[in-house]
Design a protein around this ligand. Sequence first.
Ligand code: SF4
Length: 269
Amino acid sequence: MSDGRALAREFLEQQRLLGGDPVILSDSRTVGLSDGDGALPSERPTVRSSDAARSDGPTVRPTDPLPPSGISYDPPGGDLFSADPLHQAASLDALAALVATCTKCRLCEGRRHTVPGEGPRDARLVVVGEGPGRVEDQTGRPFVGPAGELLTKILAAIDLRRDHVFICNVVKCRPPENRVPQYDEIAACVPYLFHQIDVLKPQVILAMGGTAAQTLLNTKQSLGTLRNQIHRFRGIPVIVTYHPAALLRNPHWKKPTWDDVRIARRLLA
Ligand code: SF4
């Protein structure tokens, strides 16, 4: 297979993993539907992809220069000698136990379950969203339901298994009617997130959605402004992209999201 054709096939397969349709080349071969053996299926039903028409935007390739540096936010860490048990929690389980009984903001009133986050202690990538939704509140797990399924596809597209990634939110209890968390709620909850990141020490953080990005970078800049830069939180690279729930409503954001997650992938050792 030629380099150009291999690149095209890789790109289209990744688009498929992100939810795109099969794509037809001019010689009527179907691309992006490989069963995993590396071969291009040549005799498949033909469906023309709307994604193909959108795939002419900028694409980050392995040889492209990385984006420029952006914001660097280095909030003070917790005081180990403080009486606050949060600062003494040395494990993710200890943090989750604190979250489970937390009443530091009004979001505790309507929750069914707290959603502290999940993933392995040695995760290289931490994904941060906004807050639990209805299904997350019912299950106590982050990013489940349709948005979670899309996140799993996004991670698969960069060769990461979901269970190898730590996934969490800025606030650990569901805001009523899935509204955006308010400033005081974020201020009350964010020490949990910051401490999780301190425990995990990931190589990269993927901030999905404006709330996650603005919280991690302590800024009011828009998501559109924050994309395509390498920010830092306590020295850890932060890549900003769209939230999967927003992607479900706006499929034309798949392409920029794909560009963003590929940058995050390149930063992982
Ligand atoms: S959202 Fe966070 S700060 Fe508020 S009650 Fe839940 S765990 Fe506590």
